[in-house]
Design a protein around this ligand. Structure first.
Ligand SMILES: *[C@@H]1O[C@H](CO)[C@@H](O)[C@H](O)[C@H]1NC(C)=O
Length: 640
């Protein structure tokens, strides 16, 4: 199954990264009659602005840039809205193959004696201080700003700053570093001019016109509207009338080497990640091999010996000398305390597990590439909603086998507890975003739509699953449970529950933390994430390590005659989420320069959601692995 999936994924990659929904658009010069359905005008769209120093994204129109009100904004999918993407039309428009030099787009004048002008200017200054970045889109492709980094490499950033700041001490910040002319102290330099270069590729053998393969931008700052003179700056404490004139130049370059299908590659390749990815995979594989070796050894040697010895003893006296894990056969399937909560967690965990698996599989096939904006998130949300049935089924089935009788509570908790916590957290975050006027705030309509998806589709599906789960006969256990619970003997330090749980999470976390770094980067530093092949591999490695680490610890605990394995196996691998949380806190302080209370609350709010989801996900893997293991070993030995 696994190989088949990997094979399919590789095949899809080889066949081209982009599959459905993204047909190429042909462009041609105005008045060209030869090519049917070609577009003479290239439109530029603008996305929301974001910053590494702040979690809050803002819509383009939140700033007072040149905007276009007359045109309709393109429709967006759920994933885009959830991620705070807001794509809007812009007044920047070009005729294909018609270069332009220093075209005026709009002029803005601010009079600081007027309150509204002053506010706009202050907001712009704040944007420059926090290094907010524009994200422009041409032909569904990011407009990139390529610049040299060390060792003669080029880094292509799918965004560019609105301006930069030189401190009072004369130290240039962010983008001001590159230009030695930016030397005015305590001043903001505004990039009011852009040089755009559009690369196109002519499809010769067919009458298809030209296709755009890259759009690059170079932000510049000019004092005068004819694009000359020194850079345009604004002293921090400047008052009076101040104007900004926005201009652009555009040129067209034919590029024979880049094909349309691989037009994203230059952006992705400029991110030097691949080596460390392989390193991380190797690192994880070593852990997997180590754990698999341990598990195999236990299975083959110890267990085999145990089972052989147990099965030889048939007299009653021999049975008195039972030892190790067999001793607790009358208790291993004793229902755990708080079985209700455990079964609800496992139901939700199963739902998340299947959702992640399918989403990653589609992502691997290239369906959810970055070109398909918001598709990943949409796919995940829709799958989660549709997977209510397995959640209800698993929760009900396990609850029943734990001997529970309050089935109504069980169904309701499965449908509402974990999603409710996530939604409540999300809602609070949204209130903060609303308060800050950020574009990531969900419109009220979307919020209602999400509630509708949850209540009208997910909840009924959960009820349906629970109905089948309760109707089915309970799970058959290989051994009977004694009437009177056994006393658990005094445990040594290593077999006490807490050390085991803390140790259990280390290895799975060790397998994923490098990948985690890239994921956090893509979420918080707005770098593009595209390595879904790696991610799928890491997902599988995570599942294997979680299961194996839990099985190992489960075995040791059973040998120590401690039979409370249900919660412990869940918590053992679920503890990976605690490491995730610690890592996220470390990431916050070491990698991000987030300032402001709202941003900090948002960061931790979103991190809590991720940690909770991750906890349910890893915890369920651990439980089911251990469940399988326990059922297996006790069904092999003969029990009176
Ligand atoms: C902006 O001002 C310049 C001169 O200062 C003028 O040439 C240009 O046409 C103006 N642009 C617009 C869009 O009004």
């Amino acid at each position: 199954m696994l190989w088949w999936l990997l094979g399919a994924a590789l095949l899809a990659r080889a066949a081209g990264f982009y599959l459905p929904g993204l047909a190429p658009v042909s462009f041609c010069e105005p008045g060209n009659e030869q090519v049917p359905d070609c577009k003479p005008t290239i439109e530029l769209f603008v996305n929301r602005l974001d910053s590494v120093e702040s979690v809050l994204p803002y819509e383009y129109t939140a700033f007072d840039f040149c905007s276009e009100e007359k045109m309709k904004r393109p429709s967006e999918n759920l994933g885009q809205v959830l991620f705070g993407e807001r794509i809007e039309p812009s007044p920047y428009k070009f005729e294909f193959k018609k270069p332009a030099v220093c075209q005026s787009v709009c002029n803005r004048t601010y009079d600081t004696s007027k309150a509204s002008d002053k506010n706009k200017l202050e907001f712009l200054k704040k944007g420059m201080l926090l290094n907010y970045q524009h994200h422009w889109i041409v032909d569904n492709m990011p407009v990139t700003w390529c610049y040299d980094v060390e060792d003669e490499q080029k880094f292509c950033n799918p965004g560019f700053p609105i301006g930069c700041y030189v401190t009072e001490a004369g130290r240039p910040k962010d983008a001001c570093i590159v230009n030695p002319n930016f030397n005015e102290k305590d001043a903001f330099y505004i990039f009011n001019h852009v040089d755009i270069t559009i690369h196109y590729h002519i499809v010769e053998h067919e009458q298809l016109g030209a296709r755009l393969v890259a759009a690059k931008i170079e932000p510049k700052s000019f004092q005068s509207p004819d694009c000359s003179g020194g850079p345009k700056f604004l002293k921090n404490k400047q008052t009076g009338v101040f104007d900004i004139k926005y201009t652009y130049s555009v040129k067209f370059v034919e590029d024979k080497s880049i094909r349309w299908a691989s037009r994203w590659d230059y952006i992705l390749e400029s991110m030097p990640h691949t080596n460390i990815q392989w390193f991380s995979i190797m690192n994880s594989l070593v852990i997997v091999l180590f754990l698999s070796g341990m598990v195999a050894m236990i299975m083959l040697r110890t267990l085999h010996k145990d089972i052989a010895r147990y099965n030889q003893m048939d007299s009653v006296e021999d049975a008195q000398e039972e030892f190790g894990w067999k001793l607790v056969h009358g208790d291993v399937f004793r229902p755990p305390r708080k079985g209700m909560l455990l079964s609800v967690f496992l139901g939700s965990g199963t739902q998340i597990f299947i959702m992640t698996f399918i989403t990653l599989f589609f992502a691997c096939l290239g369906f959810l590439s970055p070109a398909n904006r918001g598709a990943l998130m949409t796919c995940a949300v829709v799958l989660w909603v549709l997977l209510g049935t397995p959640a209800g089924y698993v929760a009900a089935r396990l609850y029943k086998s734990f001997g529970g009788e309050k089935w109504k509570t069980n169904v309701l908790l499965t449908a509402f507890l974990c999603p409710g916590v996530v939604f409540a957290d999300f809602f609070v975050m949204n209130l903060i975003l609303w308060g800050e006027g950020s574009s990531a705030a969900m419109p009220f309509g979307t919020l209602v739509a999400i509630l509708a998806l949850w209540f009208c589709i997910s909840v009924p599906l959960t009820f349906l699953g629970a109905y089948f789960g309760f109707k089915k006969a309970g799970i058959e256990h290989p051994v009977r449970t004694n009437q009177i619970p056994r006393q658990v003997p005094e445990q040594s330090f290593y077999t006490k529950p807490l050390p085991g749980i803390i140790m259990g999470g280390i290895l799975p976390f060790g397998c994923i933390f490098i990948q985690l770094f890239f994921i956090l980067n893509s979420i918080w530093s707005h770098q593009m994430y595209y390595m879904f092949g790696f991610l799928f591999l890491v997902f599988i490695i995570l599942v294997i390590t979680c299961s194996e680490a839990t099985i190992l610890l489960c075995y040791f605990h059973l040998c120590a005659e401690d039979y409370h394995w249900q919660w412990r196996s869940f918590l053992t691998s679920g503890f990976t989420a605690v490491y995730f949380l610690i890592y996220a806190i470390h990431y916050f302080f070491s990698k991000l320069q987030i300032t402001g209370l709202a941003s900090t609350i948002l960061y931790f709010g979103y991190t809590m959601i991720m940690a909770l989801i991750f906890f349910l996900f890893t915890g369920s893997i651990g439980f089911f692995a251990c469940f399988w293991f326990v059922t297996k070993i006790y069904s092999v030995v003969k029990v009176d």
